[in-house]
Design a protein around this ligand. Structure first.
Ligand code: ZEM
Length: 286
């Protein structure tokens, strides 16, 4: 067992559990990134509710939200790290795992700070329905992400996480991966958005997505309607173009915006101690 607060030791164990040869594309990384995002992405700036503090996904109200289908895999992958470092809170573990996964898959270093507690404050509970719906358009994306406090540039940068992982028909109804190497963080998603021809396809379950189909390629790649919208909307498109041609700029902007995502709803004092949670109840703080 590591010393309380030794996040470096936890990072090492998270890095070790990423390799999962039997699972998806051989890595737990993508689904861990999605766990970190869905933990944080319930935040509403106006009412200061939702967000990663409290690790609400442990309970049915949030864990059983259809938007979170499949994320139990991510939580199970992390159990050995929790067992080895029982002092870490789930709220910290889930957000830290997203940051470590991005770094380990070749992405930028994500600034991350600990101190979230697992104390569930009922007055901060988010209703279901706050996460985005991939079948919708630009207005929906703005409605969802402006609510968290993000702007158009940040929406596009965050969407670049779709360089990673895949859709599962038994989770979201969509099917397939966005890029050919979905366990390597890069700006490939933006390049493919612009360089391939995307055609609407209706799956057997009635769900509509976009696919690239050309006779030469064996694998069919996919885009959600909300991904394609980034190339169609006048304000989103210039950011897609920038990130497609400038990988370093994408990495820099992604690191900032992902770090911001993980901090939604968290207030810290000058020492970094979180002030708007009950640190006496179910938390670690330095
Ligand atoms: Zn996703 N995402 N996402 N996303 N996402 C899926 C998978 C992954 C949207 C969405 O509907 C979906 C962000 C934003 C948005 C990841 C990270 C981030 C899936 C497939 C869907 C349907 C789920 C499945 O079937 O397993 C929509 C509409 C978004 C609005 C812009 C942001 C922001 C992310 C992080 C910064 C990741 C890594 C995956 C892959 C998960 C996996 O299991 O492989």
């Amino acid at each position: 067992m590591s010393q309380k607060g030794d996040f470096e030791a936890v990072r090492k164990d998270i890095a070790k559990l990423l390799h999962q040869p039997e699972y998806d594309d051989g890595s737990a990384g993508p689904v861990l990134v999605r766990l970190a995002w869905h933990s944080s992405g319930t935040y509403d700036a106006e009412t200061d509710t939702g967000g990663s503090n409290g690790a609400g996904m442990r309970y049915e109200h949030e864990g059983g939200d259809p938007a979170n289908a499949g994320l139990q895999h991510a939580r199970v992958f992390l159990e050995p790290a929790k067992a080895a470092h029982p002092w870490i809170t789930y709220a910290d573990l889930w957000t830290l795992a997203g940051a470590v996964a991005i770094e380990e898959m070749g992405g930028p270093t994500i600034p991350w700070n600990g101190g979230r507690t697992d104390y569930v404050d009922d007055s901060k509970l988010a209703p279901r329905g706050r996460l985005p719906d991939g079948a919708k358009g630009a207005d929906h994306l703005r409605w969802i992400f402006y609510r968290m406090g993000f702007n158009d540039q940040e929406i596009v940068a965050l969407s670049g996480a779709h360089n990673l992982g895949r859709c599962h028909s038994d989770r979201s109804g969509f099917e397939g991966a966005w890029v050919n190497n979905p366990t390597r963080f890069s700006n490939q998603y933006f390049r493919l958005l612009l360089s391939l021809q995307w055609k609407k396809k209706t799956l057997k379950n009635g769900v509509q997505q976009f696919v690239n189909y050309d006779e030469d390629s064996e694998t069919e790649l996919m885009m959600l309607p909300t991904d394609i919208v980034l190339t169609q909307d006048k304000a989103f498109r210039p950011w897609v173009e920038l990130y497609a041609r400038d990988k370093d700029r994408f990495f820099e902007d992604f690191a900032k915006v992902f770090a911001k995502l993980l901090e939604l709803g968290i207030q810290r004092d000058e020492r970094g101690v979180i002030t708007n949670t009950d640190n006496e109840k179910g938390g670690y703080h330095s």
